[in-house]
Structure formats: C-alpha cells, structure tokens
Write a protein that binds this ligand. Sequence first.
Ligand code: NAD
Length: 331
Amino acid sequence: EKLGVAMVGLGSLSTNQIAPALQKTKRCKLAAIVSGTAAKREKWSKQYDLAPEHIYTYETFDKIAEDETVDIIYVVLPNGMHCEYTVRAAKAGKHVFCEKPMAISSVECRQMIDACEKAERLLGIGYRCQFEPHHRRCIELAESKTFGDIKGITGGFGFKIGDPTQWRLNKKLAGGGPLMDVGIYALQACRYLTGLEPELITATQTKTDPVKFAEVEETLSWTMKMGDVNCSLMTTYAFNGINNFHAYCDNGNFGLDPAFNYSGIKGKSSKGPIEFEQVDHFAAELDHFAECISNGTELRVPGETGLQDLLIMEAIFKAADSGLAIKPESI
Ligand code: NAD
C-alpha cells in the first residue's frame, strides 16, 4: 500500500520536480494539495485526478487532520514558512517531510523537532543528494579511506539570481541569502564526507549590489576546521558555474562537478571517472522516508541534521559579521 503525500506550496519545485517524482515512487502517491491560488488548485486537481475533498487552502489546512488518505505532509514553501506548516502538520497527526533549509533559525528547528516528537510522527528533511549514487560513492571512498584520510575539501554552489522581487531576496521569507538556499549543499557534503562537525569557522562576504541584496548576502566564502580536515567553501547569488566539491586525501583525491544538479552529476577520482546511473533524487528520498514510516527503518536525514546545519549557518553569519573565528553551538 502506497502512502499518501499532501503537497503544501505548489511553486516551481513542487510543479517541476516533486509532482513528477511522485509518479515514479514505489511507496508514495500524491493524495492532496494545499495552495493559496485557485488556478493552481484547479490545474493540479485535474492533472492528478484529485477529488475536491483533498484540495486545501492555507485557511482550511488544519482540516487535513481528518483526511485519512494523507500520511505525509510535504512542506515546499518559502523557508520562513517551514516551521509554521511543519508544526501544524504534526498537530494534524501527519508525518512531515520538509524542504531544505529546514527553517530560518535553529530556534525554529527545535520547535519543529519538538512538535513531531510530541505527535509521535517522523520528521525528514529534503537533502536529496544523500540519496544520489555519485554522492553515495564519494561517501564510500571517504569512509573506506580508499585514498587515505581526507585532509582538505573545497567546494561551493551558487547561481546568478534574477527577479529582484522574489522571496529568496527577502530576509523574512528566506532567512538568508545563497548560503541558506544553495551553499547548504556544500556544507552538507563536508559533513557527510567526513562524518565530522565543524569546530571553528571563519567567513567573509562581498556585496557589489547593495540594492538588490539589501536584505541578504550576495557572495559568501567560509572555512571550516573539521578535525584535521580544512574546508574552504563559497556560495553566491552573483554568478553562475560554481557547483562542486572535491576532497583531497593523503594518497589521491575525488569529487563531483557538477555535484548538486537534479541530474547530470559527474565525478572523478585520481583513479578515473566516477560514473553511475542518474536517478530521480526526489523519488529516492521520498521512498526512503515512506520506508522508514512503514518498516521503522532509521531515517537518513532526520530533523536533527537540519538543525545542526542551521547552527553551523548561524555560526557562519556570525563569523562574517564579526570577522572572528566562531565555534558553532552544538545540538
Ligand atoms: P517557489 O517560489 O517556486 O514556490 C514557493 C511556493 O510558495 C509558491 O507556490 C508560492 O505561491 C507559495 N507561497 C505561499 N505563501 C507565500 C509567500 N508568503 N510568499 C511567497 N510564496 C508563497 O519556490 P521553490 O523554488 O519551489 O522553493 C520552495 C522550497 O523548496 C524552498 O524552501 C526551497 O529552498 C526549496 N527548494 C529545494 C530544492 C531542492 O533541490 N531540494 C530546489 C528548489 C527549492
């Protein structure tokens, strides 16, 4: 029996990636939608054959508690709304899958974890790369010490952002700039490759367009000392092309470039190319989440992983603001 997923927020990611992925999952199916826009509600209900009783607005959202076809609520709203809708979803008695970044502060992340614990529901965070074969291979190369201990990691993710009125440039809705949005992928890679947490962080930022980037960062570089591994990373909303990580070890190196796209991931190590089939990241992570619900398997990316990333990002912002080396708060 497939688990029913209710999508909250029918924007670009939901429309272009998640809805098609749900058609490919083995353990999930689209069961309901939540949207503030009548035209989207109509289009989706026709396209996916959803009966009117499974169509919600933000006002009627809490009634989803009585919808027995919904097992999982998938929050795909602007970052600043993740906390509210995760807490409401948990109160409705549903498991919650929440897009990255988990929220806009560690305080909110803790509220989300508490709400799901209280409701005895699972909380998973949408770190799709952890389900991607090239990334899994890199984790294996790191864990098996194929090239010896990792000594350094470089990487970054960024793009040139368009429309100046979008929520990604609004601090209240986005929480921060490119770090929260895409730099988080490079940060995650350092954590899942090393299995370590940053002890000390330094950061600098540049802003060439203070009007467009009045509320959030434009380009941010940061370093993390993780045990004996030195990480040097960058994120930006000012230019295209940076989308990679590379790990340098005692006896060789490996990495991915591009690393974080939805498909077309390419990798190489000092032994040659890293090549696997391209999978649908969203289908893979949703099937894993559904399996954890059905079989009690351990979640690969629980709320605590998202919280830890928020604590690290808060330290990166503090380092950039103060010019000091900052030790992140621990969970
Ligand atoms: P989007 O702007 O395309 O969609 C956001 C949706 O939220 C829209 O349908 C919009 O109508 C709705 N919304 C409700 N209230 C809103 C408000 N007050 N202001 C603005 N929009 C409001 O954004 P998106 O790219 O789909 O991103 C949604 C979430 O998914 C974000 O948290 C983002 O970080 C995440 N995301 C993840 C990935 C990934 O690869 N995992 C990729 C893209 C986005």
